[in-house]
Design a protein around this ligand. Structure first.
Ligand code: FAD
Length: 296
């Protein structure tokens, strides 16, 4: 099974897509329609998020295994350390290896219930993503990614400390990082500059979500931890109450941001799809990232 790094090196520029595990049979159909529609565009890899706990985790494991076994796609499994003992983490990693998943996004995860609540490590578990990177490396020939935060992780004291910790994770054996959502290309490029200034040249992928609805805009505020900047408000405010106009302007905004990032030499664009493919397909086609035969 090919690694994410091999795919990024072989396909320049590349794009990749992220899904979350289905909650029920109807969700599963929606997810698989999106996977099949995107498969035709040959993304560099497909990632599936790791549930916050219990059955969500089993659903992640099943969905990632299905991608590995039933599609031509290169899967990447997310894995979080929260609420797992090291023995459990070893089991999950072993299971991923057994079904042919070679790529893991190693994360700490948020405390269950209130994501901003107090972080408590499992008594036999890990404290930071950095330790999970080491565990993955110890257990097999995995290609390992980590999370990066253009505005800093909410628990970090400041941007310098945040960058220091990101670089530590990368130096612990991670091959690349994927950035949390952000609003303007410069926000990502400043993160890249901070990492490069520390002598680290690992691949950093920007994470983008097509702004198709006010809900996706609200999600971007929530996940990025940043308020909507004036540039974005100016582009989208005129379309309050006009769903089609909002979608057109939002998709255009994200497309132009992707264009700028590609011009700045990013190795690929990672799309948060919310298990829908249409807007991602539009952006990817507009940027010339899909094979010509499938974009007509
Ligand atoms: P860490 O890198 O461990 O960082 C956590 C905090 O500790 C940061 O403030 C950091 O600066 C600090 N820190 C790190 N190392 C040290 C150290 N050595 N000493 C002191 N402080 C340190 N969540 C899910 O539940 N499932 C998912 O599938 C998922 N996928 C994600 C994908 C992406 C691309 C991103 C960006 C986030 C994702 N998340 C997911 C959310 C993520 O789990 C949370 O944001 C979590 O709070 C941080 O995880 P981390 O891996 O960055 O943690």
């Amino acid at each position: 099974m090919t690694s994410v790094l091999e795919r990024l090196a072989g396909k320049t520029p590349a794009f990749s897509v992220e899904f979350f595990p289905p909650r029920d049979a109807a969700d599963e159909q929606v997810l698989w329609r999106a996977i099949r529609e995107l498969e035709a565009l040959d993304p560099a890899f497909v990632s599936i998020t790791y549930g916050a706990g219990g059955s969500g985790r089993d659903r992640t494991i099943r969905a990632t295994g299905r991608v590995a076994q039933e599609t031509t796609l290169v899967p990447m499994a997310h894995l979080t350390a929260v609420d797992h003992s090291v023995a459990e983490l070893r089991n999950v990693i072993g299971w991923y290896a057994a079904v042919g998943v070679r790529n893991i996004l190693a994360l700490r995860g948020d405390p269950p219930g209130d994501p901003n609540g107090e972080w408590t490590a499992h008594p036999q578990g890990l404290n930071y993503a950095e330790e999970l990177v080491r565990l993955c490396r110890e257990l097999g020939d995995f290609c390992v990614g980590v999370a990066a935060f253009p505005y800093g992780h909410p628990r970090s004291a400041d941007l310098d400390t945040d960058t220091e910790h990101l670089v530590r994770k990368l130096r612990a054996g991670a091959d690349f990082a994927i950035a949390q959502l952000f609003f303007e290309a410069d926000d990502f490029l400043r993160l890249r500059d901070r990492v490069v200034a520390r002598g680290c040249d690992a691949a950093l992928l920007p994470g983008l979500m097509p702004l198709t609805t006010p809900r996706t805009l609200a999600k971007t505020v929530e996940l990025s931890g940043a308020p909507v900047p004036d540039s974005v408000a100016r582009a989208l405010d005129p379309f309050t109450g006009d769903a089609a106009g909002f979608r057109r302007a939002g998709v255009e905004l994200v497309t132009r941001m992707g264009e700028r990032l590609l011009a700045e030499g990013v190795p690929g664009l990672h799309f948060y799809t919310l298990n829908r493919s249409k807007a991602t397909r539009e952006v990817v086609a507009d940027l010339g990232l899909a094979p010509a035969r499938t974009t007509a």
